[in-house]
Design a protein around this ligand. Structure first.
Ligand code: GLN
Length: 340
C-alpha cells in the first residue's frame, strides 16, 4: 500500500464521522485558494454576470452517501454544461451505444466548447461534452412531446441528485434570446441529418437543460452516483445502466474540460466536467464524487478555483486514475499468489 492509498483510506474513514477532519483538509484547501483573483465571471447573460466572483464552495460525497462541504456549497447556480454527461447517459440508456455513436463521436475536439465544427468525414459532432454534441444528445431525449421530453430530462437529473429540480426561467429566457451560436450549430447539424427536424424544440430543451438550478452538494452527489457504479448512494436509485458507465467516465476523462482536457488528464487524471457557471465535478471511481463551485473562469472556460481544487485533492491523495501505484496496489491484493 502506498502512502497515497493509506491517506485515501483514512480520508474515507474520516468522512464517516460527524466531526470529520476531512472538513479540516477541505477548509485548508479552500483557505489557500480563495484568494486566487484571476479569471472572469461569464457575462453573456445577466443571470451569470451577477454571480459574486468570491463565491467558492467544495463538496465531496462518498459512495456511502456521506457528504462533507465547505464554503458556498449551498449557493444555487445554473448547471450549464455540467448536465452534458448525464444527458449523454440518458441518450445511451434510451437508444443504445450504436445509435448514439452514429450521431456523436467520442473524440476530443481540441477546439473551444462552442465551436461550429463537425467531424469532416462523418459530419458528427466531435463528442457529447461540447455544445454541438450536447445538442445532438438533447435531440435524442425520448418523449412524444416537448413536455414529455423536459419531464424525462428533469426526472433523469433528479435520479442523480436525489431531489426535485427546477428550470430557472430567467436563465432559460436569457439563454434562448442569446443562443444564436447554438442555433447555428443546430441548423448545421440539421443540414447534415445529424438531428431531427424539430430544431427549435430541441434548442428549447437544450437551453432549459442549461438553466436547471443546482448547488455544489447536488453536483457532488451526481458525481458520487457515477463513482458508485451508477446508483445514487443517498437514495439507492439506479440512474444509468451499468454497461454505459464507462462510456460516460471515459468521455469525461478525455473531453470533460474542453481544450484543457489533455493537461487535465495529465495533471489531475479524473473523469470530470466543467460548466460556464463555474462548476467542476470530478469522479473518483469506487470512492467519491467531488464538486467545486467558483464562478471566475480561465481562458478555456473552466473555473479557476475549480481546477486548482481538484488538482490539489488529486495530488494530495494520489487520486489520478492512471497512477501506477494505485493500479499496482489493487492488482497486488487481487492477484496475490496463493500459498500451499
Ligand atoms: N449555456 C452554455 C452554452 O450553451 C453552456 C456552455 C458551458 O457551460 N460551457 O453556451
Amino acid at each position: 500500500m502506498t502512502q497515497e492509498n493509506n491517506d485515501l483510506d483514512s480520508l474515507l474513514n474520516r468522512m464517516r464521522t460527524v466531526s470529520s477532519p476531512i472538513r479540516g483538509t477541505l477548509t485548508e484547501i479552500h483557505t489557500s485558494l480563495k484568494g486566487m483573483s484571476h479569471g472572469r465571471v461569464a457575462d453573456y447573460i445577466p443571470e451569470l454576470a451577477s454571480a459574486d466572483p468570491n463565491w467558492f464552495g467544495i463538496a465531496i460525497t462518498g459512495v456511502d452517501g456521506n457528504t462533507v462541504e465547505v464554503g458556498d456549497s449551498a449557493q444555487p447556480f445554473s448547471i450549464q454544461s455540467a448536465s452534458k454527461p448525464f444527458v449523454y447517459g440518458l441518450a445511451l440508456d434510451s437508444h443504445g451505444r450504436d445509435h448514439v455513436l452514429s450521431k456523436v463521436n467520442v473524440e476530443p475536439s481540441g477546439e473551444a466548447f462552442n465551436s461550429i465544427v463537425l467531424d469532416q468525414s462523418t459530419n458528427r459532432p466531435f463528442n457529447p461534452l461540447v455544445n454541438s454534441g450536447a445538442i445532438a444528445t438533447t435531440d435524442l431525449i425520448p418523449g412524444a412531446s416537448h413536455v414529455d421530453r423536459i419531464k424525462n430530462l428533469l426526472s433523469k437529473l433528479e435520479q442523480y441528485v436525489g431531489r426535485t429540480l427546477h428550470v430557472d426561467n430567467a436563465t432559460f429566457i436569457s439563454e434562448r434570446s442569446t443562443g444564436h451560436r447554438n442555433r447555428a450549430i443546430a441548423h448545421l447539424m440539421l443540414n447534415f441529418g445529424m438531428i431531427e427536424d424539430r430544431v427549435e424544440e430541441t434548442l428549447e430543451l437544450y437551453f432549459q437543460q442549461c438553466a436547471v438550478l443546482v448547488n455544489c452538494k447536488d453536483l457532488s452527489v451526481m458525481a458520487a452516483t457515477l463513482a458508485n457504479g451508477g446508483v445514487n448512494p443517498v437514495t439507492g436509485v439506479r440512474a444509468i445502466q451499468s454497461e454505459y458507465l464507462k462510456d460516460l467516465l471515459s468521455i469525461m476523462l478525455a473531453c470533460g474540460m474542453y481544450d484543457y482536457a489533455g493537461q487535465w488528464g495529465y495533471l489531475v487524471g479524473l473523469p470530470a466536467k466543467s460548466s460556464v457557471s463555474g462548476a467542476v465535478l470530478a469522479v473518483v471511481p469506487g470512492k467519491f464524487g467531488i464538486a467545486v463551485y467558483s464562478p471566475p473562469l480561465d481562458e478555456r472556460g473552466n473555473s479557476v478555483r475549480g481546477v486548482a481544487t481538484c488538482r490539489a485533492l488529486s495530488e494530495r491523495f494520489g487520486l489520478h486514475v492512471l497512477d501506477a501505484h494505485f493500479v499496482g496496489s489493487s492488482l497486488d491484493n487481487e492477484f496475490r499468489p496463493s500459498r500451499g
